[in-house]
Design a protein around this ligand. Sequence first.
Ligand code: BGC
Ligand code: NOJ
Length: 893
Amino acid sequence: MSTDQRRVRVAQCPGESGRAFDVGQQERDDARRSVTLRAHSTRLARGLGGGNTRTIALTVRGRCSTSVTASARPRGGGTLTRFGHFDDVAREYVIGQPDTPLPWINYLGSEDYFGIVTNTAGGYTFYRDARLRRLTRYRYNGVPLDGGGRYLYVRDADTGQFWSPSWQPTRTDLDDYRCRHGLGYTVIGSRRDGVEVETTYFVPLGETLEIWRATVTNHRPSPARLSLFSAIEFCLWEAWDDATNFQRNFSTGEVEVDAGVIYHTTEYRERRNHFAFFACSEPLAGFDTQREAFLGPYRGWDRPVVVERGRSGDSVAHGWAPCGSHHVVLDLEPGAQRDVVFVLGYAENPPEAKFHPPGSGTLDTRGVRPLIDRYLRTGAVDEALARLAEHWEQLLSTLQIDTPDPHANRMINVWNAYQCMATFNLSRSASLFESGLGRGMGFRDSNQDLLGFVHMVPARARERILDIAATQLPTGGAYHQYQPLTKRGNDAVGSGFNDDPLWLILGVAAYLKETGDAAILDEPVPYDNLPGSEEPLYGHLHRSLRYTTERLGPHRLPLIGRADWNDCLNLNCFSETPGESFQTTENREGGVAESVFIGGLFTLAAAELAEIAARHGDTAGAERCRAAGTEMAAAVAEHGWDGEWFLRAYDFFGAPVGSAANEEGSIYIEPQGMCVTAGIGLGDGTARQALASVSERLATPHGLVLVEPAYTRYHLELGEISSYPPGYKENGGIFCHTNPWVMIAETRVDNGDRAFDYYLRINPSAREELSDVHRCEPYVYAQMIAGKEAPTHGEAKNSWLTGTAAWNYVALTQWILGIRPDHDGLRIEPCLPGGWDGFEAVRRFRGATYRIRVRQAAAGRVTSLTVDGRPVDGTLVPLAAPGATVTVEAEIG
Ligand code: BGC
Ligand code: NOJ
């Protein structure tokens, strides 16, 4: 909304300035759009921008959607939209309205204990594995949305009124609401009837517990007699079982309550030696642990009978659904403030010392009590919060940039890096789009995620690489996924995705370039985790490459197997059974279906391995890799070129896929991005031609679609891709993971303008003003934005856990800004948009700090480079001594 509070701007696409409308005005602004603007609850908005803002709701009918733009400047920079704004100074996203289009989440925890927390305190928590050790319950797909969380209720004894300070679950109107999602913590605050409650949620480093610190303030001129109730629902540990095996688990639930601490002890008497605890810093007026006693019959979390009547039931759960609720009475004088701390956590006792006294069947709490007590003191909470802030400062300071573009700055400096760490921690397991029940760590996903976090946590990246490589099969192939708790390949999904092994080479290459730690290549690593099968990691890389060369098709292109990067292009699958998984069902043995994309990926991987081999002293190996790469590039050029773009594949019958000859699916994005990135077609103009075709056929204002035209009917010979309605997911959605490949490809043909233009189209911060359309969080990438053939074009889905995070980070930092780790130093090869006059950056690399300043007089490539004032030939900044600070200056044009 603008400073004139009666007018708002409505834009349809990023970059558009949009049209101004009066609030209340109804308007049909073109043939397809009808827009109504109406004043929305002003109560909700007051906390946002210092009292001078209003929240405006926008109702849109018709096919094209629109969004509200605000021009008021909130604290900390950023633009105020009707949902919130970036506070760049605090590194927070501030949400000013609880009913965001979808729950907008954050993650808590970065080691063993994790939680999802939504902007209204929804979400759940788990120890290491979201399926096997889930502490609290969450209802995916439930209405109202986002049920189950870390809930508090406030009750006013004088009026009997009660509400949730996080809005959910009572959804009572609040006078002022804000949620600040920060780095590893979330603060949700609100005010109603003069009572303010602000709750900070976080997981202290090194602990397997989470803190909720609620600060309650009485702003009334009179005393406030309040009750505070906490509420969580325990998941009976195994999330799949919890959701399905009621005949058993309605009878297994157990708790113990001792000295104000609620212990969840389901199955502890028998095979488990772990338990959960939920504690509160204040003396309790009561507690509840039986869900139905707390809620009352036929009630939901929005109206628990205990809260309504203002008195706990002191219930002890026997079976059914154990929950945890504390009741604290707070009598606050005018202006008085009180902190109430809750600690929810996971603990284990040694299997032989589970009970006290031994054999009693009573939980031995002596080990965990001191820990609980420590955090119930506020000093320990502040200290832990400060350590968390330091931790993130340390991680993010590895690379900080200052460019003319605020969206690039805030994503790279904070949010994109943060999202990369989320993919490191969670792979594809737990988000609001990944249930935590199924997918563990993907082989290809984990290797690609690594590209985005290796510079922040190199030691943990090393461990990750060795874990992944240990699941590789002796054939050089790979289990498609492995389980985080066991680190074993996942039999249920199996193997045969023929691109998988090649990503290991890219992951290891990135690690080596970042760290210079060549010793990793000598680490003995087993195949399929079988003791005795160990071979140095270096050998694994060659087997990866050989896996492809041993599986070539009629055009000397790689056989696709079950699928390549595009899980949904299933050329050997021929599935006709409803509900059958395209990913696991038996495939036909054809030996014909080939992937041009794998051809590009192989060319890239072969070049990386050739370089690694040469440095490893394996000259013959290096030569073999180089020759294999050259041969593959030639095969792609000869059989993978369609005339105006790269073909996608040959199907089971040898017919082209992704060709002008195909009525549907005539051009795919993946081979254009990957083949050009690998350098194919740079010399003969085909690379440029392919990218021109991308721009013509695949580009939309919301990003580049995956395939065009999307499939309108089910193609038995193509599989899952054609199972999606046109414009969604792999079938012509803007599958954001692939866009940065094209950005990188554009830098390979020196087109910085186009690379950066594509970058901004999907940059979440640049799309913030379109939140009504985009709907997912504006601070992280989503896997997919609905494509041009979709009725909801521009709408994002599957936020957070996607390879999009790593690749966009790489595309912007390493190829557009051109700060690229290399084996012998830091490469500085920017390819900037023509309008920029340069940028600055600070990069920590192999123990030294590089202060980089790039000046661009005219669009082009680096013309001179100086290091500490001394000119350097080429674009490589040589390695400096650890601890050194180095000044790098580059001139362009
Ligand atoms: C999705 C893919 C995903 C695959 C994983 C498919 O349904 O469309 O994006 O990689 O499932 O199992
Ligand atoms: C999501 C999967 O996690 C990833 O491995 C795959 O490459 C993409 N979908 C495309 O299908």
